[in-house]
Design a protein around this ligand. Structure first.
Ligand code: MTE
Length: 354
């Protein structure tokens, strides 16, 4: 893993570790933490469901298992800061310089959030479902426990899980044991780990990570002085793609070389096409999409054999989704002060020695 920070622990797999693997092994899955991993106490742990519900609930994992049908969803999690390094290359950005690996895919098992909210008697005036966790982050002033929210429509859509297992194993502490939210198709920040409270409410969460962070600020705004509600709140993941192999800076032999990577279209959309260019977008060749049996919430891997000339080449990739959206050409077009949603074409430079 490429460790960006030990305290709190933030690490991503190198691109080669994600290449050709539809499911990411647990020990390779990126870790994004804003505070310390809380002490695990699965026995004493319980989840409170309250707010705009007819019957507030207090549930252990055993209660959840007994009351609701088990559900498994394969879902890609992607941090909004994935590929921030590309934006930081345009102009300085504080925060972890994430490469292409702040995204990974697992099969998640738990119960549907919708069923739990129905059981609690969700009231019609509820518009947002807020999540609270116990890990206290030093980033806000004063320090604050982590939280966030999603609109009721997404919470009730069926794919959102309260998960206790990852790839068929109990969730490890770093990924949210004993229970986490998994919000497929939305930025990883909404998949709150170490979940303690689910609250139905009329407005979005006022938590720092919903109201202040994870927002696209206009380029001129000082991120240290942005107030609650400023900028565009990030929810559904924006279309993106990345090259996983060859590695940036690789030295290869001239001739045929297989280029592989991932593309991800986010909430409710599918990757329709992936293009690769060796001449910075003057011409494009279409990559083959790998067979994908993991359902609508998983990324799409792709591959293409290109003919690399002797000397230096830059390989670029762009994806298209089923609404015919495609990616912008340069990171400068999408630069923003907090360095989120780098949706620009991905590029790797390679050199071929005769
Ligand atoms: N939940 C809590 N309680 N604390 C956090 O710091 N980080 C969020 C989200 N859930 C976070 C959290 C962010 S920003 C991301 S991208 C995902 O968890 C990462 O999940 P992972 O560490 O399992 O990959």
């Amino acid at each position: 893993m490429v460790v960006h920070n030990d305290h709190p622990f933030n690490a991503e797999p190198p691109p080669a570790a994600l290449a050709g693997r539809p499911i990411t092994p647990v020990d390779t899955f990126y870790a994004r933490n804003h505070g310390p991993v809380p002490e695990s106490d699965p026995e004493g742990w319980c989840l409170v469901v309250d707010g705009l519900v007819e019957r507030p609930l207090t549930l252990s994992v055993a209660h959840l298992r007994a009351l609701f049908p088990e559900q498994t969803v394969v879902a890609t999690l992607q941090c909004a800061g994935n590929r921030r390094a590309g934006l930081a290359g345009v102009r300085d950005i504080p925060g972890e310089p994430w490469g292409r690996g702040a995204t990974s895919t697992a099969s998640w098992t738990g119960v549907g959030l919708a069923g739990v909210l129905e059981h609690a008697g969700l009231r019609p005036e509820a518009a947002h479902i807020a999540f609270e966790a116990p890990d206290v982050s030093q980033e806000p002033s004063p320090p604050q426990a982590y939280g966030g929210s999603i609109p009721v429509a997404k919470a009730m859509a069926g794919e959102v899980l309260l998960a206790w297992a990852m790839n068929g194993e109990p969730l490890p502490p770093a990924h949210g044991a004993p229970l986490r939210v998994v919000v497929p198709g939305w930025i990883g920040a909404r998949s709150v780990k170490w979940l303690r409270r689910v609250t139905a409410q009329s407005g979005p969460s006022g938590n720092y990570y919903q109201a202040v962070a994870y927002r696209i600020l206009p380029p001129g705004v000082d991120p240290d002085h942005a107030g609650p509600g400023e900028g565009i709140s990030l929810g559904p993941v924006a279309l993106s793609s990345a090259i996983l192999s060859p590695a940036d800076g690789a030295r290869l032999a001239p001739g045929p070389a297989e280029v592989t990577g991932y593309a991800y279209a986010g909430d409710g959309r599918a990757v329709a096409r992936v293009d690769v260019s060796l001449d910075d977008g003057a011409t494009w060749a279409q990559a083959a999409l790998d067979p994908q049996d993991d359902g609508p919430w998983a990324w799409q891997h792709w591959r293409l054999t290109v003919d690399l000339p002797e000397g230096d080449s830059v390989i670029a990739v762009r994806a298209w989704d089923d609404a015919a959206e495609t990616q912008p050409e340069s990171p400068a077009q999408v630069w923003n002060p907090k360095g989120y949603a780098n949706t620009s074409w991905d590029r790797v430079a390679v050199t071929c020695d005769a």
